[in-house]
Design a binder for this molecule. Structure first.
Ligand code: FES
Ligand code: FES
Length: 155
């Protein structure tokens, strides 16, 4: 079946098997490898993307469901060579180790900071509860959220 959608601002189409997930469409059909496949069960958040402005696990959404929709992935965050402030903050705070969880966390943090420019620790932990990291212990991720929030807030 043919799926047509706006992906990161561009009109795209992919010819997929009806059971194909949005994650597989992004990675295998459109070459967008930023969203990671770590569990394929909606448990880890590594595949987080925006669908029509809502954060979703791309492994749990059928490609067919995004027909006519608007998808934004982690690839939409950097501007050319210029990283998004959340991406910079993850690097500076040492919140990246193996990096497998990082794209999903970066998307989830960008989403959080759009809604809550100055989140407290409880809000941060709640917002990131669906994003699992096996490496960092989360303290540095929370440091990165605070650093990015401080830089993104209007002065
Ligand atoms: S790969 Fe989608 S939630 Fe883990
Ligand atoms: S940095 Fe390795 S899973 Fe998070």
């Amino acid at each position: 079946m043919l799926v047509r959608a706006k992906i990161n601002g561009q009109a795209c189409q992919a010819d997929v098997w009806p059971g194909t997930s949005l994650l597989a469409m992004l990675r295998d059909h459109l070459g967008l490898m930023g969203s990671k496949n770590a569990c394929e069960q909606g448990e880890c958040g590594s595949c987080s993307v925006w669908l029509d402005g809502e954060l979703v696990c791309a492994c749990l959404v059928l490609a067919a469901q995004v027909d006519g929709g608007d998808v934004r992935t982690v690839e939409a965050l950097a501007r050319g060579d210029r990283l998004h402030p959340v991406q910079e903050a993850f690097i500076e705070a040492g919140a990246v180790q193996c990096g497998f969880c990082t794209p999903g966390l970066v998307v989830a943090v960008a989403d959080l900071l759009q809604r809550h420019p100055s989140p407290g620790e409880e809000t941060i932990r709640e917002a990131l509860a669906g994003n699992l990291c096996r490496c960092t212990g989360y303290a540095k991720i929370i440091d990165a959220v605070r650093l990015a929030g401080a830089r993104m807030r209007p002065t």
